[in-house]
Design a protein around this ligand. Structure first.
Ligand code: SME
Length: 160
């Protein structure tokens, strides 16, 4: 039987916690998260973390899993990612072709989700997922990825 999204995310959450609790660098942990999500969620075809450079008003791609992309630097306001840098809101795109302000990485991509990552209330970056499946993302993905970004903020980005 195909597992429901809830079953899938319930299985994945402890793995994310284990990755974040390891002795490893921030970059190694984020790379493992990208690899794990991309390999274990069938409709997550590309997974990446962009981080904001506030003085430059640009996003820089750091860790990612999936095809190489030309879009490693994205100005705030450009594309789905650049819009999230300014809006501080989740952005779910059921059909990328219907978006005017969209940066295409690959013609195979049909839908996308971008969830901002907050540290101490500041939007410092985001997780971006592309899918080759149309309308792949639901409220459950938003909730799961929001949870994931909170874990990343607490365990990998905040120095305590
Ligand atoms: N589609 C994104 C660009 C990043 S790629 O998906 C890797 C956008 O419109 O911002």
């Amino acid at each position: 039987m195909i597992p429901s999204k809830k079953q899938l995310f319930d299985k994945i959450k402890p793995v994310i916690k284990d990755i974040l609790n390891q002795q490893a660098t921030q970059s190694e942990k984020l790379q493992q998260i990208c690899d794990f999500l991309q390999q274990n969620i069938p409709y997550y075809d590309w997974v990446g973390f962009y981080f904001a450079n506030l003085p430059e008003q640009k996003l820089y791609l750091q860790e990612y899993a999936g095809d190489e992309t030309d879009h490693k630097i994205i100005p705030f306001g450009k594309g789905i990612c650049g819009q999230v840098a300014l809006s501080n809101q989740n952005f779910v795109v059921p059909d990328v072709k219907a978006q005017d302000n969209y940066i295409a990485c690959s013609l195979a991509v049909k839908s996308e989700i971008v969830i901002p990552l907050f540290v101490n209330g500041q939007n410092i970056g985001q997780i971006d997922i592309d899918s080759h499946t149309p309308n792949a993302f639901s409220k459950e993905d938003e909730t799961f990825l929001g949870w994931l970004n909170d874990q990343v903020a607490q365990k990998a980005l905040l120095k305590s």
